[in-house]
Design a binder for this molecule. Structure first.
Ligand code: GDP
Ligand code: GDP
Length: 469
């Protein structure tokens, strides 16, 4: 029975493909200390977008991608510093997850560079890695590093033993031999297609930027993993184990999604400012970069001030929003649980009562396949344009039902006409005689009337009340 449920869950996972800007990807593998980072720096020297993030010597926590360009071909290098095996290593935190990350990188890769150390010779671990890598059926370039002089060049021949073809003697430190290595690498990449002869950029207009925010432990990483369909982020029971913001770009049908995971991170600074400050700041930044925000709420916890703050910020920044009530599998349900929960969310998060709310479980996958549908419909509303004639019909109706009041001096507010001036979010300008003549509750009436008549589910609306100069 369990396997049946599993089967079903697996089917529910949407089919997605990681694209990472669609560039051919080259994975650098090898045991620790052979010079992978040094070589990577050398190979991407002219294209470096920042230093390599290494937390612990020899262990890169997450996959790090680096842009490279050679012989007119644009590609990316990823350091799988995490290819660490159990034996001979003292306790490595997240060993399993790290290895998983490395394997994912290899799975996505078009080719691999396997780095070995000429000063050590063929190590046991090298043999293991060679065996593993041969099974993947990828083109592999064997880079024999630390060949700083001629003697070492000759020593490189020893690595024929690994059965991976010709060893390329290189020196990451001196930059020797890397040209030949790159020539061959680019040849492999070209054979495999998926090549862009110009530095390639995704058409930004087709990208939906989605921030995944919520309190620590609400299940952001788990939701992200569901959406991506693989374990990109390290999920763990300890709050705040994801090391940094992770942007995952995926393609689904013809659409491209940039998913920004803001799982809380623990750093020294947090002691100074407190967890909440740090979480909320990262979330605010992500909200600003997004078109659309997925607010993940823990269904078995109360909605607290942090959730409200996030909701308010979503409105301030004018972003589309979907609320995911996560961990729905843990909720004891009877007939009115759903209605009650829905009411609770809408009243506690009144600022975004226009946002659709989906009850999901990242763990079982329940309703997770609906999230993309919702993203698409919210994105459509967020980008929607309504014709001036339709808007003015709605406006006229609203005024007929409830005309603006007259002030003490006998002056009445007049709305002449309205028009949509922009989208993302939809923004409507109302041309009036004097904005001062309209009280807050009348403005709200008009604004609600537009929403009631035209929908706009999932997007905030902005109204500009303009007087005659
Ligand atoms: P990684 O753990 O595989 O990423 O290895 P690193 O790039 O951190 O390098 C491990 C050590 O090898 C460092 O002390 C480097 O300075 C050294 N190293 C890297 N490349 C070379 C090289 O070409 N020649 C020499 N002699 N040392 C190197
Ligand atoms: P984040 O801090 O918001 O990124 O939260 P995580 O994704 O790391 O999840 C925190 C904890 O909640 C982990 O132990 C998850 O396994 C668990 N969790 C996440 N989603 C669900 C869910 O839908 N149901 C249940 N039962 N547990 C969940």
């Amino acid at each position: 029975l369990t396997s049946q449920t599993e089967e079903k869950t697996r089917k529910e996972i949407p089919k997605t493909r990681i694209i990472r800007r669609n560039l051919p990807l080259v994975a650098i593998v090898g045991r620790p200390n052979v010079g992978k980072s040094t070589l990577l720096n050398r190979l991407t020297r002219d294209f470096r977008f920042g230093a390599i993030a290494v937390d612990v010597p020899g262990i890169t926590r997450d996959r790090t991608y680096h842009r490279a360009f050679w012989n007119g071909i644009d590609f990316e290098l990823v350091d799988t510093g995490g290819l660490v095996f159990d034996e001979g290593r003292e306790q490595v935190p997240f060993l399993k997850e790290i290895r998983e990350q490395a394997l994912i990188a290899l799975n996505e890769a078009t080719a691999a560079i396997f780095v070995v150390d000429s000063t050590v010779g063929v190590a046991d671990l090298d043999r293991q890695i060679a065996k593993m890598i041969r099974r993947l059926g990828l083109p592999v370039l064997l880079a024999v590093n630390k060949c700083d002089d001629e003697q070492r060049y000759l020593d490189a021949n020893e690595f024929w033993k690994l059965g991976l073809g010709e060893p390329f003697p290189v020196s990451g430190i001196h930059g020797i031999g890397t040209g030949d290595l790159l020539d061959k690498l680019v040849e492999y990449i070209c054979e495999r297609g998926n090549v862009f002869h110009e530095p390639y950029l995704v058409d930004e207009r087709n990208v939906r930027r989605i921030a995944i925010v919520g309190r620590p432990n609400a299940g952001k990483s788990s939701i992200l993993n569901r959406l991506v369909g693989e374990t990109r982020a390290i999920v763990s029971d300890i709050p705040g184990t994801t090391r940094d913001t992770i942007d995952t770009t995926i393609q689904r049908d013809e659409k491209i999604y940039c998913l920004m995971d803001t799982a809380g991170i623990r750093r020294k600074k947090m002691v100074e400012y407190g967890t909440e400050f740090f979480m909320i700041n990262r979330a605010f930044k992500a909200i600003r970069r997004a078109d659309l925000v997925i607010l993940v709420v823990d269904a078995v916890a109360d909605i607290v001030e942090q959730d409200e703050k996030l909701a308010e910020r979503i409105v301030q920044e004018g972003r589309g929003c979907i609320i995911l009530m996560n961990k729905w599998d843990l909720v004891q349900k009877d007939e009115d649980t759903y209605e009650k929960a829905k009411h609770y969310v809408q009243t506690r998060l009144a600022a975004i009562d226009w946002a659709p709310c989906l009850f999901v479980s990242a763990t079982t996958g329940q309703r997770c396949e609906k999230v993309y549908e919702l993203i698409e419909s919210v994105y459509e509303q967020y980008s929607r344009r309504v014709s001036t004639s339709v808007l003015n019909q709605v406006l006229e109706e609203a005024i007929v039902w409830n005309p603006p009041s007259t002030n003490k001096q006998g002056k009445q507010g007049k709305i002449y006409y309205c028009t949509q001036v922009s989208s993302k979010p939809p923004t409507i300008t109302l041309f009036v005689n004097e904005p001062k003549l309209f009280k807050e509750n009348y403005k709200r009436y008009i604004e609600n009337y537009f929403r009631k008549s035209l929908g706009f589910k999932g997007t905030p609306l902005r109204f500009l009340w303009r007087g005659k100069k």
